[in-house]
Design a protein around this ligand. Sequence first.
Ligand code: PMP
Length: 361
Amino acid sequence: MSRVWNFSAGPAALPEAVLQRAQAEMLDWNGSGASVMELSHRGKRFVELAADAERRLRGLLAVPAGYKVLFLQGGATQHFAQIPMNLAPEGGSADYIVTGHWSEKAVREASPYIDARVAASSASANFLDLPPRDTWILNPDAAYVHYTSNETIQGVEFHDIPDVGRVPLVADMSSNILSGPLDVSRFGLIYAGAQKNIGPSGLVVMIVRDELLARPGRPMAKIFRYAEHAANDSMLNTPNTWGWYLAGLTFEWLEQQGGLAAMGERNARKAKTLYDAIDGSGGFYSSPVAVHARSRMNVPFTLHDASLDAAFLAESEAEGLLALKGHKAVGGMRASLYNAVPQAAVDALVQFMRDFATRHG
Ligand code: PMP
């Protein structure tokens, strides 16, 4: 068996121990004589699994009382549209902080339903920095303030939770949830597609304050209404049982790693290893992102001579370093360093980068 070091932006590396456990349990899960994928979501065994995964997630993030945890579908993209439907009345308005590709898309998908106001944007900085907090023009009557805590494509990350006063804060944490400790009490709603730090694609985890679920929102079908999902323990219809199972295994793995404080330290060290290598390369490599806004999860970088890109990608892949090609919107390279990517993978990448620079310098 040959496993590569996987730097994919998503779907991304999963902990090897989780994959092995899923493999071992594939044909006979939990003494059921069937795979977890073959069992009813209404059955006792699966209902217990579901509650156990939620309990573990609540423990990892120390979710305070007064919040529901939902396991939904549709990808984060569907919730770009569903969040305004649920949290704002018809004709309502919400504020958006635009810091890159995904927050731009959140505005676009919300716009058919609400006045999605751009309260701040770093477009003029080419999304290579964050808009300073004192430039945000917030509407005190907004239904909520939405931001993207980590922009997966541009590689910019908020390292502090922005203070937006009394208006509920909504965060797309798809690419940095569970990467370190988090004060959930600062948020009205947190959501994340699973395929980076949680499990396979097709699952969305949402943490939402009860009082936001009580908002009437706009008229809509039941299936779109978060309060209905909450009232039915995320089993309003058939959930992504496989995704929920793998998420539970990942949460258990995170506990075994020492929880989110330990993950935060590891992630900081991994990111430092790579940024130090880029910054210390004498200009062979460079990071376009403002230092204070650099993401710990997604590290875009360029080579001083773009004509070397193809060789970099071919040679890195030959050495078992997968998926380093940057997003087409940004170009260059990108290494994603989610929880399941170990320090050894980053060490191997940095060693390769040094060797490559020597060969082609
Ligand atoms: N938000 C962020 C920050 C993302 O990185 C992505 C892409 N994985 C999305 C939203 C969209 O996710 P999905 O493809 O699951 O809809």
